[in-house]
Design a protein around this ligand. Structure first.
Ligand SMILES: [Zn+2]
Length: 278
């Protein structure tokens, strides 16, 4: 496999926060280095259900993850398994749910916190955090710059073809402070500024880059239901492919087959949605 792509999932960022507050991403849209579309999450618009749909390309009604309390090793092929089937190298820097869904369940804190498994059928290089103890007053999230650096480290050391990064910082901030407040303005600006220096480095290393969220959040910081604020996020793409017209709404189930098509990996029959990049 020659192609390379990084999927950056910033958990719980509603469309309006991306478009209002991420000045670096929006600047690259203005300078035509990036494209942006609306991205609509599956239902329920709950994190675990969305992670499973983003990576398998099938709905929660098909993969069976009905929420954060129902995490298990999924049965459907996903981006990791398909990249491996095409002899690509995979990596993940993310919440431990991603390891449980796509590699091993239950999560073993010692065995699974960090692994390098070149022969794995799914995730070759994993760096995880569980956020155990997470709640309103204690986010239990790592610094995002550490996560971006860890992903870059894996790319440089192991030549990842596909890398996933997922961070819950902004989802936790939204649940805690909601959205019409200085805390959220600042948190989004910090995320945008921390992420920005990495994007040109990843591009220079040959990676296409997608930045998006798993779902949005409404004014009370809620998500899970059928409300545009809860379901809709933005999706930014850096790379040479053509995409749909501005204003197009990308269905969450399109992400997995799109990533596989960009990497030149086989798209399994279970992924029925049409790739949005050509
Ligand atoms: Zn989420």
């Amino acid at each position: 496999m020659q192609n390379k792509l990084l999927l950056i999932i910033l958990d719980g960022v509603p469309h309006r926060n991306f478009r209002r507050l991420f000045g670096n991403l929006e600047g690259w849209v203005q300078s035509v280095e990036a494209r942006v579309w609306t991205h609509r999450a599956v239902l329920p618009s709950i994190s675990a259900s969305c992670y499973a749909s983003i990576h398998t390309g099938v709905s929660p009604q098909v993969h069976g993850c009905t929420g954060n309390g129902n995490v298990f090793r999924l049965g459907h092929p996903d981006i990791f398994s398909q990249v491996r089937a095409a002899n690509g190298v995979t990596g993940a820097v993310s919440h431990s749910f991603w390891s449980e869904f796509f590699n091993r369940h239950p999560f073993d804190y010692v065995r699974d916190i960090e692994y390098d498994e070149p022969d794995s059928d799914t995730i070759n290089h994993g760096r995880f955090h569980s956020m155990t103890g997470y709640g309103h007053d204690n986010q239990m999230t790592p610094s995002d710059v550490d996560l971006f650096a860890t992903l870059t480290n894996l790319c440089l050391r192991f030549g990842l073809n596909y890398g996933l990064l997922h961070t819950c910082t902004l989802d936790s901030m939204g649940h805690r402070f909601f959205h019409d407040c200085s805390q959220m303005d600042h948190a989004c600006a910090v995320m945008d500024e921390m992420l920005a220096p990495f994007i040109p480095k990843w591009r220079a290393a040959g990676y296409e880059v997608i930045v998006t969220a798993d779902h949005g959040q409404d004014a009370r910081g809620h998500h899970g239901g059928h409300d545009p604020l809860q379901q809709e996020s933005a999706l930014y793409y850096f790379g040479p492919a053509d995409g749909p017209p501005e204003g197009t709404v990308i269905d969450q189930l399109q992400i997995a087959p799109t990533v596989l098509s960009r990497l030149g990996a086989p798209i399994p029959e279970t992924m029925k949605a049409t790739p949005f990049l050509t």
